[in-house]
Design a protein around this ligand. Structure first.
Ligand code: PLP
Length: 380
């Protein structure tokens, strides 16, 4: 059975160029970048070259980028590394109610360690305003963490405006830009003091993240070991994954602009055709700027976890906009924070498009969804 993969926000399949770069590196560039002999120097040269590519793409200086084991580690390292490095008695941190669990669960743990948190709610479209953040800042606030784009509904935050406001108040800003990389045109590390990324969301290898740490930001390594990554993150670098990231960066720098337009067309076509084919469908975060590849919809009367299984059985891979655990569906914290009721928060799914999807696939995806939703509604 052929399948249709519309789950690129979960992970984007590796590009052929990425697979070649990883394989080539494993075969021909196997040295440990910390070794001083020729094989070590060759591996070191490769990772420094890709650090340069990051700086050319996203701004900043190459030495401000640190490789990690993924976006999750980059988020935690950003928050914990900064808190450990700053020499201040202040303990108030502001974040949003719609962050990824990599941030929210770190915050939960830090609360137990004595930090105080304010979780700013978005509006009904998943947008967190500068004013909403500014309102909750006080003299004890040391850090603000706001994601650039939401992984579920795709809402894009005004991180440049948030950053400008925080700069005036001299408050450090961390931004989880994992979903924004490649998908948001003007993304730049100039908008934050700490910024997290993940290679597998841009068709690179899994298990590789990047943390941008602006020079001068207090920071203490949280992973102790060798002096790798300028002593900011111990552990031998994942050289072959970094080689793959290099190929993904090259692809996005060359084709990103065109790809974002293509994805917007696919997403808008999918939305229109679904609206025509299926009654009682609500599009979430529709009226604001959202990721070009993301469509988040609520099908009333359909439990998202069951619908995802029904779609999977018909060859369509999408995600429930909520975490499923032991057969029960947990309401999406993002939709609840946006003010949706519990029923909507368990009846929503996310289509996320990417490389490999075509316009020809859209009517098939719509028909699969129509059949699955109809069958589910008739069986209620
Ligand atoms: N932050 C956001 C917004 C994400 O969407 C994800 C992954 O889905 C992460 C962080 C974690 O990234 P990784 O899967 O590389 O650990």
């Amino acid at each position: 059975m052929s399948f249709y993969y519309l789950d690129h926000n979960a992970t984007a399949p590796a590009l052929p160029e990425v697979i070649s770069a990883v394989t080539n590196c494993l075969q021909n560039n196997f040295g440990n970048p910390s070794s001083s002999h020729a094989q070590g120097r060759k591996a070191r040269a490769l990772i420094e070259e890709i650090r340069e590519d990051l700086a050319h793409w996203l701004g900043g200086k190459s030495h401000e980028f640190v490789f990690t084991s993924g976006g999750t580690e980059a988020d935690q390292l950003a928050i914990r590394g900064f808190l450990a490095g700053q020499n201040s008695p202040h303990k108030h941190i502001v974040t949003t109610a719609i962050e990824h669990p990599a941030v929210l669960r770190t915050c939960e743990q830090l609360e137990k360690e004595g930090y105080k948190f304010t979780y700013v709610k978005p509006d009904s479209n998943g947008l967190v305003t500068v004013e909403a953040i500014e309102k909750v800042l006080h003299s004890d606030t040391v850090l603000v963490s706001v994601m650039a784009a939401n992984n579920e509904v795709g809402s894009i935050q005004s991180i440049q405006d948030i950053s400008a406001m925080l700069k005036k108040r001299n408050i450090t800003f961390h931004c989880d830009a994992v979903q924004a990389l490649g998908r948001v045109e003007s993304l730049s590390v100039q908008s934050a003091d700490l910024m997290s990324f993940s290679a597998h969301k841009i068709n690179g290898p899994k298990g590789l993240g990047i943390l941008y740490i602006r020079k001068g930001i207090p920071f203490v390594s949280q992973i102790l070991g060798g002096p790798q990554e300028r002593d900011l993150r111990g552990g031998t670098e994942n050289v072959s994954a970094i080689a793959g990231l290099g190929a993904a960066i090259q692809w996005w720098r060359a084709h990103g602009s065109e790809e974002r337009k293509r994805l917007t067309l696919l997403r808008d076509t999918l939305q229109k055709q679904l609206q025509e084919a299926i009654p009682d469908m609500q599009v979430n975060a529709e009226v604001i700027s959202r990721l070009p590849n993301t469509l988040h919809v609520t099908f009333s009367g359909c439990r998202a976890d069951m619908l995802v299984i029904a779609l999977d059985m018909r060859g369509l891979c999408v995600s429930a906009g909520s975490a499923c655990a032991s057969g029960s569906v947990k309401a999406s914290h993002v939709l609840l924070a946006m003010g949706h009721n519990a029923e909507a928060a368990v009846s929503s799914i996310r289509y996320s498009l990417g490389f490999g999807n075509t316009l020809e696939e859209i009517p098939i995806v719509v028909e699969i969804t129509r059949q699955a939703v109809k069958a589910m509604r008739e069986n209620v």
